[in-house]
Design a protein around this ligand. Structure first.
Ligand code: HEM
Ligand code: HEM
Length: 181
């Protein structure tokens, strides 16, 4: 995938496993699951951390020493793993589903499903990440970060514009819904 070699990636992933899990399913909900994520998206994120377009105190030092070949191998490895799915809080998921599938016309929030797909599978060709089964805390942190403009590696401000229109309640609800997809 994206020219990477999953076997070589496995060898290179030992330090990543400490946070993202040996099987790509992190246990700490602030650390994203990488299992099953599109290689094109993983590669973009690693390049963005390396060139400071996306900044994080844990990830920046991890990405700096990686070569293009290392990143492609790691992307191939993590994408080949199987993501463990989650279960949504059904009370919050009702509003979450509404936002995910229909957005919010009144505040100009686009439907998430338009880009991330009805099942949260994303779109590898467009580098839209898969979201289904991701940790609630991680999703919320990313949406807050886009809203504040701290995460600014989304081409065309696609996510910053959407998050800017979302309330805390909508963010909480949509994160719950996504975690159960
Ligand atoms: C995010 C890969 C090591 C903690 C990410 C992302 C990727 C990645 C691709 C972005 C995921 C997404 O956008 O969905 C890797 C690789 C590693 C590695 C290939 C080894 C070379 C680590 C380690 C830690 C860590 C050792 C903990 C000390 C995190 C955190 C985030 C993250 C906290 C989220 C950052 C944010 O909130 O923006 N990692 N990782 N990673 N990783 Fe790693
Ligand atoms: C990334 C949620 C709508 C395009 C993300 C991420 C989250 C998210 C949580 C970060 C994933 C990660 O770090 O692993 C949502 C929600 C939406 C929504 C809740 C609806 C309210 C959209 C729409 C588009 C879009 C409509 C397309 C116009 C993208 C792209 C990225 C992304 C391109 C990756 C940015 C990058 O390259 O780093 N989204 N999204 N999203 N989303 Fe959305």
């Amino acid at each position: 995938a994206e020219g990477g070699n999953a076997e070589a990636g496995k060898t290179k992933s030992a330090t990543c496993a400490a946070c993202h899990g040996a099987d790509g399913n992190s246990t700490n909900p602030e650390w994203p699951k990488l299992a099953g994520q599109h290689p094109s998206y993983i590669l973009k994120q690693l390049m963005n951390f390396k060139n400071d377009e996306r900044v994080n105190p844990s990830m920046t030092p991890m990405a700096k020493p990686l070569s293009d070949a290392d990143m492609a191998d790691l992307a191939a490895y993590f994408s080949s793993q199987t993501k463990k799915l989650g279960e949504a809080d059904q009370t919050k998921a009702v509003l979450g589903e509404q936002v995910y599938k229909g957005g919010n016309n009144a505040t100009g929030v686009s439907a998430c499903a338009a880009c991330h797909g009805p099942t949260g599978a994303g779109n590898p060709a467009a580098k839209f990440p898969s979201l289904n089964g991701q940790h609630v805390t991680y999703i919320k942190n990313q949406l807050y970060s886009f809203r504040k403009g701290e995460r600014a590696n989304d081409a065309g401000k696609m996510m910053r514009n959407i998050a800017a229109g979302m309330t805390d309640v909508e963010i909480d609800a949509v994160a719950e819904y996504i975690s159960g997809l």
